[in-house]
Design a protein. Structure first.
Length: 153
């Protein structure tokens, strides 16, 4: 009888560092231009709460990190799912659980409105979230209609 090789526990060092102090990360990509430019170093800080309009760093299931704006959140599966979207994006990202949020951008080489989003940015984020939420029933119906077979006469 052979024994399976036991894997060492995975340690998320990024979260360990953030528990101690803010962390600086370099941004790659242009999805948040012109407020955060490609190559900018931004400061990330963990928060107890995140609000629509905040710019968050989120770890996708693929392991890639996103720096996108929080549109809103909704309950699902006993927890909250956070919906983000890049400022230059056409549609929201896949909703992420709280455990995927690394932190909020609080400063660094970015526009001041990123660190302290004004009311207009928060309202714009909520508007995008509302469009997503109102479109959800229509998306579910169209998916269900696509699975329904109508018998031939």
């Amino acid at each position: 009888m052979s024994q399976a090789k036991q894997q060492p526990p995975r340690i998320d060092y990024l979260n360990l560092f953030l528990d101690q102090a803010p962390l600086a990360l370099r941004i790659s990509g242009r999805c948040m231009d012109p407020l955060i430019r490609h190559g900018a170093a931004v400061q990330i800080r963990r928060q107890s709460r995140y609000w629509p309009g905040d710019v968050l760093v989120i770890r996708e299931q693929s392991g890639r990190y996103l720096c996108h704006r929080l549109l809103g959140y909704y309950p699902k599966g006993g927890g909250l799912r956070y919906l983000t979207q890049s400022d230059n994006g056409r549609k929201p990202d896949n909703a992420a659980p709280r455990s995927a949020i690394i932190g909020r951008v609080t400063g660094g080489e970015c526009a001041g409105v990123i660190a302290r989003p004004p009311l207009l940015h928060r309202l714009r984020a909520l508007g995008r979230f509302g469009r997503f939420a109102l479109g959800a029933p229509a998306r579910r119906l169209s998916r269900a209609a696509g699975r329904t077979r109508i018998p031939a006469p």
